[in-house]
Design a protein around this ligand. Structure first.
Ligand code: FE2
Length: 400
């Protein structure tokens, strides 16, 4: 097997050599896959192909004979057997592995939930799961991650309001992303306010660390204590805001996606900077990156004649992102943990009065890769061969 997964043995119906030199394999249910001979040769198991120990290709492409052809092929016990020429090499291919390519399950987003864009009408509060169950049970864990990836946010409740819990949950997903705030960090007015987060003022819909080339993918915030007046938390789906501008205010959308700003995040020992538009669509594929945080947006990086329109567009963005049509408000109680896609979902909080209480959160970041990886592995480990990889829980649909 060329990778670490187990695949159903989905027997082939036929294998034939096409006039273009490629191999066409078919299954009884009508699915088919056209395989290029060079791709098959690279992925043939054994030395000079897929190393059985690392499950990685050990063939330097510089040594690949570009004249490689299929000399013979057959279906044996449902699997594909190929003989390559001009070198004399025979290889067997697992039909289930070929099928996962035919089905497109090898693509990065194939095993992840489809994104569900939401407004406050569709999703009045964060999808909520039981924290202790998610810690102990992989099925509950994958359900929570499903909602986190689908909606861009998901909450855990009933966790102990103790230091270390956010690290425990974060490490259950993957490697924490360190920053100049530390691998985990407190949000509290008792701290030196090297960030606006550590004050009592309200924070409009924003994303963290837009001053980095790649801002953190996901953020986890665990509430340890909250006895202040005010300070409700907010969330807005950036994708819904972008959709609104695309459909209703295309000139604003054009500015938000094209006019660039220099974001900078500095203290005595650090100086992070990056230039980008408010809505950074990258190469067009998800994830997009919403760069929205006025305390660290420093300088326009656009032609001077664009600046007026860019300020107007940014103001429209703020008004829509903070409007009750798009933004939800919820209480973050001790023991609650909110996780969200920091590059998609804009978070914030109301101002609060800390004269007669405390509000202490502990947070951490993870790169999106860590969340995606954990989700893929869990889906494979939970769903045994022979069962559909489709999500089974009907409860998730009720969250929509
Ligand atoms: Fe923040």
């Amino acid at each position: 097997m060329p990778d670490y997964y187990s695949y159903d043995w989905i027997s082939l119906e036929s294998a034939s050599l096409l006039p273009n030199g490629r191999v066409l394999v078919t299954w009884p249910d009508g699915h088919e896959l056209e395989c290029h001979p060079l791709w098959l040769r690279e992925n043939s198991p054994g030395p000079g192909g897929i190393d059985p120990r690392s499950k990685e290709n050990d063939l330097d492409v510089a040594k690949l004979d570009l004249d490689t052809q299929i000399k013979a092929l057959s279906v044996e016990n449902g699997g594909l057997v190929v003989e390559f020429g001009p070198e004399s090499r025979k290889a067997r291919f697992h039909p289930g592995w070929l099928r996962h390519v035919a089905d497109g399950d090898h693509y990065p987003f194939a095993l992840l939930p489809d994104l569900q864009v939401w407004t406050s009408r569709d999703l009045p509060e964060p999808p909520t799961h039981l924290g202790p169950l998610v810690i102990e049970n992989d099925e509950a864990f994958v359900d929570w991650l499903h909602d986190l990836l689908r909606y861009g946010l998901a909450r855990l409740v009933s966790l102990p309001p103790e230091d270390g819990v956010v690290e425990l949950i974060g490490r259950r997903i993957g490697v924490l992303r360190d920053s100049n705030f530390g691998a985990t960090w407190h949000v509290s007015v008792d701290l030196d306010p090297n960030s606006t987060a550590n004050t009592t003022i309200g924070l409009p819909a924003h994303s963290d660390l837009p001053s980095r080339e790649t801002p953190p993918g996901f953020q986890l915030l665990h509430c340890l204590e909250n006895t202040v007046a005010g300070g409700r938390s907010t969330m807005t789906d950036g994708l819904a805001v972008a959709q609104h501008f695309e459909e209703n205010e295309p000139e604003v959308m054009k500015s938000l996606t094209n006019d660039e700003w220099v974001f900078s995040n500095r203290d005595g020992k650090h100086d992070h900077r990056w230039t980008g538009p408010m809505i950074d669509r990258g190469d067009g594929r998800v994830p997009w990156t919403f760069r929205a945080f006025h305390p660290v947006r420093g300088f326009p990086a656009m032609p001077p004649e664009r600046i007026n329109d860019a300020y107007f567009a940014m103001q429209r963005f703020g008004r829509v992102a903070n409007s009750s049509d798009f933004q939800i408000r919820y209480d973050l109680n001790p023991g609650d943990l909110i996780a969200f896609d920091n590059r998609r979902v804009l978070h914030g909080r109301e101002s609060f009065d800390s004269s007669e209480g405390h509000r202490r959160l502990r947070g951490t970041y993870l790169d999106s890769d860590e969340v995606y990886s954990r989700m893929r592995v869990l889906r494979h480990s939970i769903h045994e061969p022979g069962h559909s990889l489709a999500f089974s829980s009907a409860r998730k649909e009720s969250n929509a």
